[in-house]
Design a protein. Structure first.
Length: 273
């Protein structure tokens, strides 16, 4: 069943990618959502295709996606979790740095499959729980190696290319991280982590939508990363963040306890418990 689900997710991702690339030069309208984020006709066209495909091929599986209107989670039902076009602003402004993300969740088992597709460079990352992570690109698929062991002082840190505040830089400075180990990037963050070029992603936000995290979670955990909240608890589909959540941490599992022990005292005042 997992193979059938994975093949469906890969096919759907590539179809989403074709829609993105066919319309990337401006054949779409841009709208502003109530939360002030942007959405395009491309996001909505992909959402329509995904909803139709799930309903036709897997009517027993629910769909929880950014652009679908139904956000009700029915107990006991498996789900696809989808971000139709992650990085819409990058798609509009930069023409790179966007992706399609998807995951498959089973009741009682959690997230079993994760997938991220970057159509602008034909990089398809995917993983099935317990079976490792893979990169498919230019017609070839290869297994990705587990994380190499690095010293704490060798770790490289993610910084959002679109965020220009100083709160992350201040935390990095307190950790002893020099600017040469901070990488400013976008939705390709997970790809860089999978390739061993980026090691730590820290998000000082109380809540991130599950469709922004679910696709990468299985991939990163299969490679040896820890992926959860700053209190050490895991991210689970259908569960809200813990009360007073101060953020999210993705890092090599070998350094998880060190980060969880040191970070709380280093956070800006508004992020402390």
């Amino acid at each position: 069943m997992n193979r059938e689900i994975l093949d469906f997710m890969k096919s759907t991702a590539r179809q989403a990618g074709r829609i993105m690339m066919e319309r990337i030069d401006g054949d779409y309208k841009v709208y502003t959502k109530p939360d002030h984020s942007r959405v395009t006709d491309v996001d909505l066209a992909i959402s329509e295709k995904v909803q139709e495909a799930v309903g036709r091929h897997f009517p027993q599986v629910g769909l929880y996606s950014e652009e679908s209107t139904n956000k009700t989670i029915l107990p006991g039902r498996p789900y696809f979790i989808v971000d139709e076009l992650d990085g819409t602003s990058h798609y509009i402004d930069n023409k790179t740095g966007f992706s399609h993300q998807a995951a498959y969740w089973e009741p009682g088992q959690g997230l079993l499959i994760g997938l991220i597709f970057y159509p602008w460079n034909d990089a398809l990352l995917y993983a099935v729980k317990g079976q490792g992570a893979f990169l498919e690109q230019n017609g070839e698929a290869r297994p990705l190696p587990l994380l190499p062991s690095k010293s704490f002082d060798e770790l490289r840190y993610f910084h959002s290319a679109r965020y220009h505040g100083e709160k992350y830089q201040k935390v990095f400075h307190k950790l002893g991280v020099d600017k040469g180990r901070v990488i400013r990037t976008d939705a390709r963050r997970t790809l860089l982590m999978a390739l061993g070029q980026l090691d730590v992603s820290l998000f000082l936000r109380p809540r991130i939508n599950i469709w922004d995290l679910a696709g990468e979670k299985v991939i990163l955990e299969e490679l040896g990363f820890s992926h959860g909240y700053l209190d050490g608890s895991p991210v689970r589909f259908g569960n809200e963040p813990p009360r007073g959540n101060r953020g999210y941490l993705m890092c090599p599992s070998q350094w998880r306890e060190k980060f969880l022990g040191e970070l709380p005292a280093l956070l800006p005042g508004e992020y402390k418990a």
